[in-house]
Design a protein. Structure first.
Length: 76
């Protein structure tokens, strides 16, 4: 997954992404899975979702949205 996003085996930060991946994350944060907190590192769920999108794999979007909603409800 890190190889797909950061072209490296090590996890990087948002600043290490190319423009296309930054735009995909921004769209994801704004519309699909809102990001909470101020970390410069995308969460694992965000990384997995973007990895699947970039590789053209099918994603069970309702599952990711539902899990994210449950997580946010538990935290609040």
């Amino acid at each position: 997954m890190n190889k797909t996003l950061f072209k490296s085996t090590k996890a990087g930060k948002y600043a290490d992404l190319d423009m296309e991946k930054k735009m995909l994350l921004k769209i994801q944060y704004e519309n699909l899975l809102p990001k909470g907190g101020g970390s410069g590192q995308p969460s694992l769920a965000h990384k997995v979702f973007i990895h699947h999108i970039i590789n053209g794999e099918k994603v069970n979007m309702p599952k990711y949205i539902f899990k994210h909603m449950i997580k946010e409800l538990r935290e609040s």
